[in-house]
Design a binder for this molecule. Structure first.
Ligand code: F6P
Length: 325
């Protein structure tokens, strides 16, 4: 039997639609199963500073529909230091928090793993990032909503691209992963996607132009993964130089991709994973991420999900290429 009585929950890193649904699920399932649930504000930063509040079921009423996170979030530099982790551990002791549930992406779960290991503290992770770049779960919370948001934006861009017969380079987020770009390109009927997983060995722009798409199409949409050096602006400049007769425009979608009410899918993922996190604590699990695979909740050791790269399915490139002729 687990001796855990009080569970702390925090959101960390970039916010993602569905974070609130996950907070709600953890809180309600925790209370339902006899735990005290404490909300920790501003991620690890708030943990270090003792920004803690005991949650009731009412505190999480009406939040399943809301984007962002009621707990606020932060990317904490302090928590990456031994002193920061020590302070966080002291706050856990003071607040009588016996286990932590961390809702966030790759960096946040790495912090969770380090903290859990160094302090022999039970920590459970819930994968929540628009990037979908965590191994061990088919989807991260937030990814589906963001794909839908991008799709809506690109559908609108297509109207103007068609009307003016232009090439649009649309830049989407994803950090250094191309899941959002590749899948959104398919969903939007885009002519091409430029993703980090392919840039090492081929010139994706040259390949795209060589396909002669411009000859048969009125407009072109190319979805480009964000990148400090070769994002949408880089490719647009190249086309302007190499093909000066083409009318080229750029649209960088930016943070509007992260906001908005979560999709039905993300609400379901968040609810199941939140309940799954409480189950994990009841079973005495620690240092695991709750994942969702083949319609089932699974538990993946942090060591595995942090160290393993999520596979980028290159067959999706063929799907896009064949359908964009
Ligand atoms: O990890 C989520 C994410 O939105 C990435 O796609 C993006 O690169 C990054 O966060 C942006 O972070 P910030 O909001 O701190 O600029």
């Amino acid at each position: 039997m687990s001796k855990i009585k009080t569970i702390g929950v925090l959101t960390s890193g970039g916010d993602a639609p569905g974070m609130n649904a996950a907070i709600r699920a953890v809180t309600r399932s925790g209370i339902c199963n006899g735990f005290t649930v404490k909300g920790i504000y501003r991620g690890y930063e708030g943990l270090i500073n003792g920004e803690v509040k005991t949650f009731t079921t009412e505190d999480v009423s009406g939040i399943i529909t809301r984007g962002g996170t009621i707990l606020k979030t932060a990317r904490s530099k302090d928590f990456m230091t031994p002193e920061g982790k020590k302070k966080a551990f002291e706050v856990c002791k003071k607040e009588e928090i016996d286990a932590l549930i961390v809702i966030g992406g790759n960096g946040s779960l790495t912090g969770a793993w380090e903290f859990g290991t160094e302090y022999d503290f039970p920590v459970i992770g819930i994968p929540c990032t628009i990037d979908n770049d965590l191994y061990g779960t088919d989807s991260t919370i937030g990814y589906d909503t963001t794909m839908n948001t991008i799709m809506e934006c690109v559908d609108r861009i297509r109207d103007t691209a068609n009307s003016h017969e232009r090439i649009f380079f649309v830049e989407v987020m994803g950090r250094d992963a191309g899941f959002l770009a590749q899948n959104c390109a398919i969903a939007c009927g885009a002519e091409a996607a430029i993703v980090p997983e392919e840039t090492t060995d081929v010139d994706q722009l040259a390949e795209f132009m060589a396909r002669g798409i411009r000859k048969s199409k009125k407009s072109c949409i190319v979805i480009v993964s964000e990148s400090p050096k070769c994002g949408a602006l880089y490719y647009a400049d190249r086309v302007k130089k190499e093909f000066p007769n083409f009318d080229v425009r750029v649209s960088i979608l930016g943070h509007l991709q992260r906001g908005g009410s979560p999709s039905a899918m993300d609400r379901v993922f968040a609810s199941c994973m939140g309940v799954g996190a409480i189950r994990a604590i009841m079973q005495g699990q620690r240092n695991v991420m709750v994942g969702y695979r083949n319609d089932d909740v699974v538990y993946v050791p942090f060591s595995e999900c942090i160290r393993t790269d999520k596979r980028f399915d290159k067959r999706l490139i063929t799907v896009l290429n064949e359908l964009s002729i």
